[in-house]
Design a protein around this ligand. Structure first.
Ligand code: FES
Length: 476
């Protein structure tokens, strides 16, 4: 590999082919808008300027490395030309950072303060353009803020391959627009363009004006939407920025979901279903145990469940494929010999959902089928003639399909009519209220952390299983 010099220091280029890649990999920051490590190089923002010894200033993202190349990233000519480029990019920009959702994460804002910092010299009125162009039901485009870096266009061509976006017109009239006859609604990965937009041009409809990003913090988690198990960040208010005017649930609500880059699983992308995890978790929560539909304390419900388990002659457990590895192990250790156990599918593809593709989306819509099947086998659930007790853990079971007269012990999360149809219902914690691990379809184990408080009356399944295995009357 060729050795080059950056700011006078010898640098090993490794596998990298361009000056920008080598500089970033070795801790020399070079500003960039249009370059993205997962996309092709177009070199159109002209802000990644560096000085090449003997040849002047040029763009680093498209500059090949060769033995002995000497680069300056912050020389006087670089500073002057970079500042001029930023002034040019901002010439018609509305600079409406005060109402822009990207404020706090905007590279244009950061670069302006770092590399320019001056007020505008131009007295000409700025060109006006479309402010709220609907690209889809999920995304709006502010053309006045768009710097035409084309990251979004290249994403739909090179990564999601929906080929939905293109550029029309030329010069300062140029616009990002959907290609004729296509809509971004058909791209199940469309929301990634919001993340990779370096400015505030592409905005999420669900997140718009919800919160300033500096009031939020991310919690690492795993998308439970399919067996890929993409790692994600769940964004919610920082504890110190919770508002007295909001109730507890609103203060801890998941306001947005973004990819947590993971080369082994999902790279820097997730699908739109993963973005909607907040809405999935926001469903009305069950927080009281029930005995034949009557509200009881969790302790009473556990005692009643113990009696049922003790009296059962042939007990079957439908184990959740949304259970964490820790919960699944706890179940097997505590109750694995008491029940005949089958792994069930908690979630099936929804209507109009993309079932499977060759980027990320898997047909199995459960996050931990592999982890559950490694402990409980791959047989489909079945009941014997004498099955008299069925423990249902999680969603996905049609109570009407169960054998008549069988007793049901239900461990669930949401307020559902089925809760009252079970002999005993015990509410258990959801993924955002506990920590754990899922094993994805390829065997990669990923961790998730809690970011919401567990409601009173709700118990962690990992805690519950040993309690259910104890004799009636034991402490609960
Ligand atoms: Fe090099 Fe845009 S990052 S021209």
């Amino acid at each position: 590999m060729p050795g080059i010099f950056i700011n006078g220091e010898p640098v090993d280029t490794g596998e990298h082919r361009t000056v920008l890649q080598v500089a970033l990999a070795n801790g020399f920051y070079v500003p960039h808008f249009c370059w993205h490590p997962e996309l092709s190089i177009v070199g159109n923002c002209r802000v990644c300027l560096v000085e090449q010894e003997g040849r002047g200033v040029g763009i680093a993202c498209n500059m090949p490395v060769y033995e002995g190349l000497s680069i300056q990233t912050d020389s006087e000519p670089v500073r002057v030309q970079r500042k001029a480029m930023l002034e040019f990019i901002l010439l018609n920009h509305p600079v409406d950072c005060g109402i822009c959702d990207k404020a706090g994460e905007c590279t244009l804002q950061d670069y302006h303060y770092t590399y320019n910092g001056e007020t505008a010299r131009s007295h000409d009125p700025k060109l006006r353009s479309t402010k709220f162009f609907p690209l889809s039901e999920r995304i709006i485009l502010d053309n006045e803020r768009c710097i035409l870096c084309s990251r979004c266009v290249r994403f739909t061509r090179e990564i999601s391959k929906s080929n939905v976006l293109g550029m029309e017109q030329r010069g300062d009239s140029m616009l990002v627009r959907p290609v004729e006859d296509r809509t971004l609604d058909d791209d199940p990965y469309s929301d990634n363009v919001i993340d990779i937009c370096p400015v505030g041009a592409l905005l999420s409809c669900s997140f718009q004006y919800q919160a300033r990003v500096w009031y939020l913090e991310p919690t690492p988690s795993v998308c439970p939407g399919c067996a890929r198990g993409c790692t994600v960040n769940l964004w919610h208010r920082k504890p110190e920025w919770r508002l007295n005017a909001l109730d507890r649930r609103e203060n801890t609500r998941i306001l947005r979901v973004t990819p947590l880059e993971n080369p082994r699983v999902n790279g820097p992308w997730i699908c739109n279903k993963g973005r909607d995890l907040g809405a999935l978790i926001d469903r009305p929560r069950a927080d009281r145990a029930l005995l034949k539909g009557r509200r009881v304390s969790t302790k009473e419900a556990i005692d009643a469940a113990r009696e049922l388990i003790l009296e059962a002659k042939s007990a079957v457990a439908l184990v959740s494929s949304w259970g964490s590895n820790e919960e699944l192990r706890a179940f097997r250790n505590a109750l694995g010999d008491t029940f005949t156990c089958f792994v069930k599918s908690d979630s099936e593809p929804a209507e109009n959902e993309v079932v499977e593709d060759d980027l990320l989306i898997r047909a199995d819509k459960n996050p931990n089928t592999r982890g559950a099947q490694s402990l409980f086998g791959t047989d489909a659930p079945k009941f014997a003639e004498d099955t008299d007790l069925i423990l249902i853990w999680g969603e996905g079971v049609d109570f009407g399909s169960l054998p008549r007269g069988v007793t049901v012990l239900f461990l669930g999360y949401w307020l559902l009519p089925e809760n009252g149809h079970a002999e005993v219902f015990i509410p258990i914690s959801v993924q955002t209220e506990r920590r754990g691990h899922y094993t994805n379809f390829e065997g990669v184990v990923s961790a998730f952390e809690p970011c919401q408080p567990r409601p009173d009356g709700v118990i962690d399944a990992e805690t519950l299983f040993p309690l259910l295995a104890a004799p009636p009357g034991s402490p609960a």
